[in-house]
Design a binder for this molecule. Sequence first.
Ligand SMILES: Nc1ncnc2c1ncn2[C@@H]1O[C@H](COP(=O)(O)OP(=O)(O)OP(=O)(O)O)[C@@H](O)[C@H]1O
Ligand SMILES: [Mg+2]
Length: 270
Amino acid sequence: MPRIGNDRAPQPATIRAVDLGKRYGSPGAGGVQAMAGVDLDVAAGEFVTVVGASGCGKSTLLRIIAGFEPATDGTITVADEQITGPGPDRGVVFQDYGLFPWLTVSENIAYGPRQKRYPSAVVGEKTTRVLEAVGLTRFARSYPGQLSGGMQQRVAIARVLANDPAVMLMDEPFGALDALTRSAMQAELSRIHRETGTTVLFVTHSIEEAVVLADRVVVMAGGASHGVPGHIREIVPVPLARERDATSPEFNELKRHIAALVHEGVEAAA
Ligand SMILES: Nc1ncnc2c1ncn2[C@@H]1O[C@H](COP(=O)(O)OP(=O)(O)OP(=O)(O)O)[C@@H](O)[C@H]1O
Ligand SMILES: [Mg+2]
């Protein structure tokens, strides 16, 4: 499988959550059980999307896998390794692009590989390759503030790819984009996923986006404000060939099924 990066690139990794739970704050008064009993197995190279009503624990799950938050129950492993904190094996992309505004596009991308003290020739090669992968070669010397939102998000993705992540964790990365840019970015991400084979866990509020991108859609429900901890309601496989036709009856049937589950989750918890 062709990879963006060098020979030291890690292989795509599995993610395994077993009975995972998260309580924010103290166990006594004021503590919030945000998530409980989450069991999830993501295969190496799989593309899994996560949907569910606001507050059901989607970001919490992603932050635990990213290593930004410790779980309070259960276990979480990536490539069979217990997670103890953030690591370069896991690339994280959020809705706000998190770019360094004082660095150019290529300097932003080279930042990670430089931190790893790769020789400058390797850094240069990686930067060139990922810039090409996201179609921004001509903007290498631009600053983030000179780019559109969609372009900045592509830089954020390129920056993560430059670290050859075994896993990409994406939290509503396209939420701030207009519809046209958003569908272009979805196509781009699908292509990058095909080319790199990286495992992707992708949170979105758009059920259509979830079905367009995923091998499987995780539907979460509940949430602290509903009095029920966030949990997995159902995992829905998407057995549709790519490129997907969002107007096909099969696509819409899946969308309807997932929308009903998301809705049910809200009503059941209300
Ligand atoms: N740092 C925190 N401290 C206390 N409670 C928190 C914290 N972060 C999240 N929560 C609570 O945990 C629950 C889950 O939050 P989370 O951000 O994971 O939801 P989400 O599914 O990502 O929602 P959204 O779709 O709005 O982004 C919510 O009830 C939230 O209030
Ligand atoms: Mg969230």
